[in-house]
Design a protein around this ligand. Structure first.
Ligand code: JFZ
Length: 480
């Protein structure tokens, strides 16, 4: 009897402890929080995950003033110039009458992006100013009212899709042009009526975009930090479901909706809302632990914080190798890296960006194998750079060549065998030498670079590996 009681007590305690171990997060029942725990497993999301490199394009009527008004320099982000006290709202709202980008050639943009190595692109259909680059049926403030007239979104979607580049559409929830738009929750009855009309307008436009451009792969939302929008958790959630039902496989990031407690990106229970984490904007995590096991993207500007065209970039401008390193760092932690371009008011991509695209493209031609479809490696990071991995291939992406010419690799006991190492750039083999063991009993190896090797750019060494035969099971268990 006593024995049974002990057994029951033990079992109870064991169950509670096991449950606690599983549920580290709180579990408040949420109607509009995450609808899935963990990553999506379908083919569309897998395709997105393997992109590695993307291109962002911010384009709109803000490209006409290009960050200046009547000779004055706007120090903010060029696409925000309408909010500047020096810029009369009326002047901004009439810019579309001059929008006639005669140099715009979507095929040229798409070709350049392809050569850079981008696998997907994100295009601003409508930024905060509300100007639509497609002929929306729900407002007159569109490209159709400009002298240019033609549908720009369609040209971009078709040209990039033809190059084999997946298109995602950027859409701003903030709309400074629509008269019913509010950033704060409605207070008066009139406010409520206005905001209802804005919600319907937003829904109509999103349905319109998915209807007009059925080949797109995702929607990239922005401006959803408005309190009015966050207050509509149920309605926005329903809209998301509707969009997903219309367009199976649609990829939507965490910047679309808040849960019913106003939590964005990660819900009240700490679970990611929608398909990937969009908080890494102009910022990179330092380690995989910062990422909560989520898919994620990092969108990055070339100068400090300019998305739309600014005629005069001031301050530090990132170089090709800066951007390549950020991309590799992102990919080494299972993220996608997206480089922003801001074409000018005529539709030209500025020379600085063209040059960057070419240089990044040259690097990608040689090293893309280390980027596309690769993922985080469990092999411990070293100071010389980043590991990426695909199947049995381990990629050593080197940004800081050690003075001793030896690239350290640490393999835990019973891990993998390193078979052969070669430069990706010319297949030249490099020696792998044992460097003993450390106190954790991990095997240390050096990939020994030839003394004559002159570093002129970041380089990649691919190492063929093999799971250790007899230790395989032990290692698999150790990973759990
Ligand atoms: C937004 C826009 O306001 C901006 O113009 C640009 O389109 C960019 C891609 O998105 O800006 C943000 C949004 C979120 C953060 C910072 C700037 N954030 O979360 O840190």
């Amino acid at each position: 009897m006593k024995k049974n009681l002990f057994l029951t007590l033990f079992l109870c305690l064991f169950t509670v402890t096991a449950l606690q171990a599983q549920n580290k997060r709180s579990s408040i029942p949420l109607k509009h929080g995450a609808h899935r725990i963990g990553k999506r497993t379908d083919a569309e999301m897998q395709r997105w995950r393997e992109h590695g490199l993307g291109q962002f394009i911010h384009w709109g009527v803000y490209a006409i003033p290009g960050g200046t008004w009547e000779g004055k320099y706007y120090p903010g982000a060029a696409e925000w110039i309408r909010s500047w006290k020096e810029m009369p709202k009326d002047a901004y709202d009439n810019l579309y009458k001059q929008f006639n980008p005669t140099a715009f050639d979507a095929k040229k943009w798409a070709k350049q992006a392809k050569e850079m190595g981008a696998n997907y692109m994100i295009f601003t259909t409508k930024h905060h100013d509300g100007f639509c680059l497609w002929p929306s049926a729900y407002t007159d403030y569109t490209i159709a009212s400009s002298p240019y007239k033609k549908d720009i979104v369609k040209q971009v979607v078709d040209a990039y899709t033809n190059e084999g580049i997946d298109v995602h559409l950027y859409f701003s929830i903030i709309d400074w042009n629509y008269q019913g738009y509010r950033s704060s929750p409605p207070v008066t009855r009139q406010d409520s009526i206005s905001y209802e009309s804005f919600k319907q307008f937003t829904r109509n436009q999103l349905i319109e975009l998915l209807t007009n451009y059925p080949t797109i792969k995702g929607l990239w939302f922005d401006g959803s930090w408005d309190k009015a929008w966050m207050n509509e958790a149920a309605w926005v959630d329903q809209l998301g479901n509707e969009l997903r039902a219309m367009h199976p496989g649609l990829v939507i990031g965490s910047r679309f909706r808040a849960d019913e407690f106003g939590k964005r990106h990660y819900d009240t229970n700490g679970d990611l809302i929608d398909d990937y984490d969009q908080t890494w904007e102009r910022d990179l995590p330092n380690s995989i632990e910062d990422l909560n096991g989520s898919d994620w993207d990092c969108v990055m500007t070339v100068p400090e914080n300019q998305w739309g065209y600014h005629s005069e970039w001031r301050g530090y401008v990132k170089t090709d190798y800066d951007l390549i390193e950020m991309m590799v760092k992102a990919v080494s932690m299972d993220g996608n890296f997206v480089i922003n371009f801001g074409p000018d008011g005529k539709g030209n991509i500025r020379p600085e960006e063209t040059e960057l695209a070419q240089k990044i493209g040259e690097w990608m031609k040689v090293n893309k194998e280390a980027i596309y479809g690769t993922h985080h490696s469990n092999v411990k990071k070293q100071d010389w750079g980043y590991f990426t991995q695909k199947g049995n291939k381990l990629y050593l992406c080197v940004f800081n060549k050690p003075i001793n010419n030896r690239l350290m690799i640490e393999i835990p006991k019973g891990g993998i065998d390193l078979l052969k190492a070669c430069f990706l750039e010319n297949n030249q083999e490099v020696e792998i030498k044992s460097a003993g063991r450390n106190k954790r009993n991990s095997s240390l190896y050096h990939v020994v670079l030839p003394d004559s090797y002159q570093v002129v750019r970041p380089f990649v060494i691919v190492v063929d590996t093999e799971q250790k035969g007899s230790d395989k099971d032990e290692y698999q268990q150790a990973k759990i």
